[in-house]
Ligand binder design. Structure first.
Ligand SMILES: [Zn+2]
Length: 245
């Protein structure tokens, strides 16, 4: 009995580089679009959040507004897959990000594969962020991120969520656990989700066993002392921490 589809997730850049000054990549959005129709990530100089579904890719910068990506725009950290539904389930009365993660994790057949998931539903409340570019000279992301990200929130909207769940054992390569980006297609607002509340959603899941990683071939990545990083703290600061209002 197989759980996963045969599609391959394609990732550019490793988390351990992305949190530590590897902010310029050598793959374009066009390179990614050739590898998959669904994904999330960022752009060069960590300037904006990427969300892609149905082969359409959007970029949200610090104004919170989504625009179509420039296919020549490069990225230091992003991943895509040709989304193929392997599982579906319904989530009810979700009260927070953590509640979402706990409920999702109780519905999937194993915690050891990669999952891409798509949700399109009415949302009671959502908190999200998008960011301006990294200042020079480059510093570790955890130091600079709170000052360049902008927080947003919306109530009673309909949105599309592109999410991924990576197993804990991936933690040097990608964000372990859940990572979701959001687009409100009428307002064209979106970003990286901090918190979410909804009554009911059908979740379309793509379970993935194949993984291709293209490391960033740059001096910045070549020079990193990866063993010296506090990856857990950096990941938390970048992925979960809202900037102070
Ligand atoms: Zn994100």
């Amino acid at each position: 009995m197989s759980i996963c589809c045969n599609k391959k997730l394609f990732q550019v850049g490793a988390l351990c580089g992305f949190i530590d000054k590897v902010y310029q990549g050598d793959h374009t959005m066009n390179d990614l679009a050739l590898k998959g129709n669904f994904g999330i990530g960022t752009f060069d100089l960590v300037h904006g959040e990427m969300i892609g579904f149905d082969g359409k890719f959007y970029r949200v910068i610090e104004d919170g507004i989504a625009r179509k990506v420039d296919p020549n725009h490069k990225t230091p950290f992003a991943w895509v897959v040709d989304f193929e539904e392997t599982h579906t389930f319904t989530l009810d009365d979700i009260k927070s990000f953590d509640h979402f993660a706990e409920s999702f994790d109780s519905k999937i057949p194993s915690h050891n594969f990669i999952y891409a998931y798509r949700i399109e539903c009415p949302i009671e409340h959502i908190q999200f962020r998008a960011e301006a570019c990294q200042p020079r000279p480059f510093r570790p992301l955890a130091e600079t991120f709170p000052s360049v990200q902008k927080n947003f929130e919306l109530s009673n909207v309909s949105g599309i969520i592109a999410g991924f769940r990576f197993p804990e054992y991936f933690s040097t390569l990608n964000i372990p656990g859940h990572h979701m980006h959001f687009l409100e297609p009428e307002l064209m607002q979106g970003g990286h989700i901090f918190d979410i509340k909804f009554k009911k959603a059908a979740v379309s899941v793509c379970a993935i066993k194949n993984y291709e990683l293209a490391l960033v071939d740059s001096q910045a990545f070549a020079d990193l002392n990866i063993g010296e990083q506090d990856l857990e703290e950096a990941t938390h600061a970048v992925e979960k921490q809202k900037s102070k209002e």
